[in-house]
Design a protein around this ligand. Structure first.
Ligand SMILES: *Cc1c(COP(=O)(O)O)cnc(C)c1O
Length: 360
């Protein structure tokens, strides 16, 4: 089999070694006579896998002891609701930064649940930048400010995750553990696992313990953060396969050198693509203010739709897939998450140069 260069925005490409290990261990786990996904989630074998994944999340993220780690189903999307359901009860209001499509969705759900105001919004033709802290209008009584650290669809990144003067809640789905988390400024961080951390099936939530004291009795039990915190995310049957696979991906990230290396790679690999775009004399264009360009989702357009179609066909011939931009914005998008081999990014940069020069 030849592996595709897969630039999918999510689910993501995983390292081959992670897939091979899963394959080797799939039928029988640890001489138990069954697969891990057939074991009881209360078994000692599964519990070890579960605890190991959580410990690796703590080690990689550097989360302090007063931050709890929860593994929940429903993806990042369910957190759009769970966060305000749990944090806005008995509180005043929350501010939302809308820097793109995901921030807009998060705000829309929060507004159904409590008082959620727009603290900053990208205006005009399309999101091309994120705010700096002084541009965000924080109202009195703000319990938290919600930000999307990286807008996956528009390819815009928030470079400042500090300096807003109120506790932050951050959706970090598309740059999760590819950049440091500023623990002194955040109260809650969440994201779907399927972009940087593993396969789909769970959201990883980091939550400051003090927030677990907030009243939540009005909520059904699954929707309360306290339910999961008390049970170490084993209140009900967890997505065992996803957690197992994520644990392997996290171990791979640790072997590679951890979050600093993931960040350095994200910087270097995105620069490979942005350099080609910027050196192309306008053949490729990226609308984002260079200081706010995403390091994990590189968006670019070509001069015409005909050229874009030709580019996609040429890329497909070279084994490069999932480069079409989100249907809402068009153009191209190369998602280059933690698990993608650097060789894939290098191959794409070379193809882009050749295509622009008429050599391909
Ligand atoms: C993909 C994505 C989501 C949605 O994640 P699901 O796990 O599919 O619900 C939310 N926010 C951001 C920033 C994303 O990239």
């Amino acid at each position: 089999m030849s592996r595709a260069h897969n630039f999918c925005a999510g689910p993501c490409t995983l390292p081959l070694s992670v897939l091979e290990e899963l394959g080797e261990e799939m039928v029988e786990f640890d001489r138990s006579g069954m697969s891990l996904i057939e074991l009881s989630h209360r078994s000692t074998e599964y519990e070890a896998v579960h605890v190991d994944a959580i410990q690796r999340l703590r080690a990689l993220s550097g989360a302090p002891d007063e931050v709890e780690i929860l593994l929940l189903q429903g993806g990042a999307s369910l957190q759009f609701a769970m966060v305000p359901q749990n944090l806005l009860a008995g509180a005043d209001r929350a501010g939302y930064v809308i820097g793109g499509s995901w921030g807009r969705k998060a705000h829309a759900d929060a507004a159904l649940v409590g008082e959620a105001y727009v603290a900053w919004s990208a205006d005009g033709a399309g999101p091309t930048r994120m705010p700096t802290p002084d541009e965000v209008a924080i109202e009195d009584g703000t319990t938290y400010l919600h930000v999307t650290s990286n807008e996956t669809i528009e390819g815009v990144r928030m470079s400042d995750l500090a300096g807003y003067g109120v506790p932050l809640v951050a959706d970090m789905s598309s740059d999760y553990l590819s950049r440091p988390i500023p623990w002194e400024h955040v109260d809650l961080v969440y994201g779907g696992a399927q972009k940087n951390l593993g396969p789909a099936g769970l959201a990883v939530v980091f939550i400051r313990s003090a927030l677990l004291e907030r009243p939540a009795d009005h909520l059904p039990s699954y929707l309360r953060f306290t339910t999961h915190a008390k049970a170490n995310s084993l209140a009900n049957t967890p997505p065992m396969f996803s957690i197992w696979a994520m644990g392997k991906m996290l171990a791979w990230m640790q072997d590679q050198g951890g979050i600093e290396i993931m960040e350095k790679r994200a910087q270097e690999r995105s620069a490979l693509l942005y350099d080609v775009i910027d050196a192309s004399d306008g053949f490729y264009h990226n609308p984002v203010d260079p200081a706010h360009r995403s390091l994990t989702n590189v968006v670019f357009g070509l001069p015409s739709e005909t050229q874009e179609t030709a580019f996609l066909a040429r890329a497909a011939k070279a084994g490069m897939v999932n480069l079409k931009g989100h249907r809402s914005v068009g153009g191209m998008r190369a998602s280059i998450y933690n698990g993608l081999p650097t060789a894939s990014v290098e191959a794409l940069a070379a193809l882009m140069s050749d295509f622009a020069a008429g050599r391909s």
